[in-house]
Design a protein around this ligand. Sequence first.
Ligand SMILES: NC(=O)c1ccc[n+]([C@@H]2O[C@H](COP(=O)([O-])OP(=O)(O)OC[C@H]3O[C@@H](n4cnc5c(N)ncnc54)[C@H](OP(=O)(O)O)[C@@H]3O)[C@@H](O)[C@H]2O)c1
Length: 322
Amino acid sequence: MQYAKLGATGLEVSRICLGCMSFGVPERGNHEWTLDEDAAGPLIRQALEAGINFLDTANVYSDGTSEEIVGRALKEYARREEIVLATKVHGRMHEGPNGGGLSRKAIMAEIDHSLRRLGTDYVDLYQIHRFDAETPVEETMEALHDVVKAGKARYIGASSMYAWQFSKAQYTARLNGWTRFVSMQNHYNLLYREEEREMLPLCADQGVGVLPWSPLARGRLTRDWDEDTTRSRTDNFGRTLYGEGDRRIAEAVAAIAAERGLPRARIALAWLLHRPTVTAPIVGATKASHIEDAVAALDVELTDKDLERLEQPYEPHAISGH
Ligand SMILES: NC(=O)c1ccc[n+]([C@@H]2O[C@H](COP(=O)([O-])OP(=O)(O)OC[C@H]3O[C@@H](n4cnc5c(N)ncnc54)[C@H](OP(=O)(O)O)[C@@H]3O)[C@@H](O)[C@H]2O)c1
């Protein structure tokens, strides 16, 4: 396994992060494809044994059951101090007022609920899942700072938003002497590269680590365009992200993988791992081979010709996934 510092911090994370949105009770929340606890446990163990020390979940995944499954697996298979555990806040956790968002009230309630479900006293990285335009950014940043100062989170991070929103949050924190975000978890893969315009240069300039979500375009880069799986049939959000114009890139991945005799996932992840700002893609694994491929991708070298074939067919996308 390779390890890297997360942005400008001293924190060392594996260059593959295990995405835990794939784990949860399928009947809870809106991810019908998730693996239950019995199926998830061996994958989490396999990831840890491969040297992956970095796991990403969220309060909202499968209505909190992803956090519960991850927490119990880590108790069984890991030593807490060796793990970099990340979770998120913003999604709606209950009906009615204050059930989601980034108010001080929501953040203070949600960090405690996440810690209880995860069975730990602290998370390493507490991320805002989206920007909350309906709460003053000062309120959000001060509340996150207080979470850190209370010892409930070691670092804070952010996820998909416009670069101006991220910049505003960071400068608000700096002006007030509050904790700043150390990472950006954003939608970035061969099919969706809009982040290269504003967000990635901002992160590079500010020393912010980049953690791409859906690095395999939710499986679109790993199988034939018209092939479907349980996930592709039930992944309603995923269906909104990619279109027919992306097919040629998936075909280029398939062609290069066939020439090299490698699984397609290794080619698609190798591309991302070599992008200058990327710290660690967050891979969604539902089979043992998915973890093997993710780890093996670290050793795949792409030629200039490969890069040209993978990048040339790209068509700009409307902003999505915020
Ligand atoms: N911050 C956010 O808003 C946000 C949004 C989305 C995700 N995330 C994070 O990012 C993580 C990853 O997201 P994701 O699951 O969408 O990522 P992904 O890695 O792009 O997609 C995972 C899917 O790709 C397929 N796959 C993975 N490895 C494969 C391999 N080696 N060979 C063949 N197929 C393979 C599987 O599809 P099948 O199951 O269909 O075979 C798997 O379910 C999540 O767990 C979560 O932690 C964050």
